[in-house]
Design a protein around this ligand. Sequence first.
Ligand code: HEC
Length: 507
Amino acid sequence: MLDLPMSSFVNLLEPLAGSLSLAEANPGDDRWWRLLGRLHPMTVHFPIGLALTAAVVELINIIRRRREASPFAITATGIAAVTAIFAAFFGWLNADFEGASQDTTLFLHRWLGIIGAGGLSIVFVTGLVGRTGVRITAFNGYRWGLIICAIVVGTGAHFGGEMVYGKGYLTKVLFPVAAQTSDDEAAPEAPVGEADSETKKISFQQDVLPIFEARCAECHGADKDKADLRLDSFAGIFSGEKEWWTVLPGDPDHSLLVERIELPEGHVDQMPPEGDRLTASEIATIRAWIAEGALGAEGAEGADASEAQVQGPPVKDPTTKAANAAKVEADRVAAAIEAAVEALRGRGVLVMRIAQESKEWEINGSLVSPKFADDDLALMNGLQPALVWANFTRTELTDAGLAGLDGFDQLRSLRLAQTSIGDGGVEAILKLQKLEVLNLYASQVTDAGILRLAELPNLKRLYCADTPVTPEGVAAASAVREGLEIIGSAASPAPTEPAESPSEEKK
Ligand code: HEC
């Protein structure tokens, strides 16, 4: 609403506000500060009431053409000024300690309050000087200053109300439809994602964007882009790398944006973080839009449109076919990975990047029920170039089934502990030339098997406790290559692998 000019002003003053932060100044015992802060809601109503009353008294005097100040109004103004200063101070503490969100509403509330408090002090002094009406400038300054201050304080208080009760809690009563932001006549009769191709298509511009603008853009817009996410334009939604899109065209169920707006009231990750939740019909509209392919203004699908609109000038030199081919190939690989991740997740397998933003993935099939078995390896198809850690502990993989790992030659960590894998699976494992960690704890592998496995050129650690492997077998295999650590049963009871995650490989 009254955003644009104001919020650039906000940015100007933010450093100032930051340097005055009392919470930071007193990191230790802040109980008393907090208590004072919490007096804000109580104290703040005195100056508001007093200033408004004084202003009304003087307004009546103006109408009645009185040429001197009301002693009552001056006294009220004085008390209002003092209490306003306290209230402003407490308010500052309160916002600091209670972690109020640093948005435009707080900004307006805070600064209108402070301006009001300062203004009332000046008005009070002016009133003392000009009360008799002889010093006409002071007298007029007092009267009109008082009225202006009352308006400022009242407006500041209104924003305080919005902070507590949510944006637009006043206007919503009067204009409920406008507040729901569907500026179409009838709110789109939620076609709730029923893939009924005959229902009216959701229009991004008319149906979806207004919701984002009303409820999200204050934080995900041009002025602030929380989480680097912009929801104030079609291009903004699909900017950045596809993997990070919060809207997945055609797939509302897996769109982060939908997840966040559907979280129950009070959940830490709910969006918007405060104020009313989106209405059911707003959520249905957004879902339906995504289900229909998240089409943009010109009916372009999210994916295509974003490339056209966001990625700016077409990649480098269009004449270099090689570059284009590489891009196509990269897209194909990414799509294949995406498909595999989807398929595996559908089976309940844990699939994730090994670190945020990493291009390398790990999977964990050890927790799936019914147990992960040979056939399930087919679900991994597509992950070949990206899969680096795989955990198949306690799965039903068999020696023969390991042939399904053919091609996963980026694997660095493979866990087959507590499986029926034996020497028959060794041949398949030997193809994984980058393997650094291999866990065969409590499997069926024997001395002969580990002797072969010791040939893996990059293998650093091999776990084979609780197997038929003998201490002599361990010694023999260890002798094959320097730097290979084989952890077998030896004489001592099974030393199991230290960490559950292969993070020890991260060096
Ligand atoms: C008061 C500010 C505010 C409003 C309003 C707001 N958000 Fe957010 N949003 C945030 C902040 C801060 C984050 C980053 C922290 C987090 O993920 O919780 C965020 C994160 C998100 C994320 C995660 C982005 C990512 O890549 O991790 C999504 C999706 C999101 N918001 C959607 C919305 C939607 C949809 C709306 C409107 C219905 C909305 N937000 C309204 C402040 C806001």
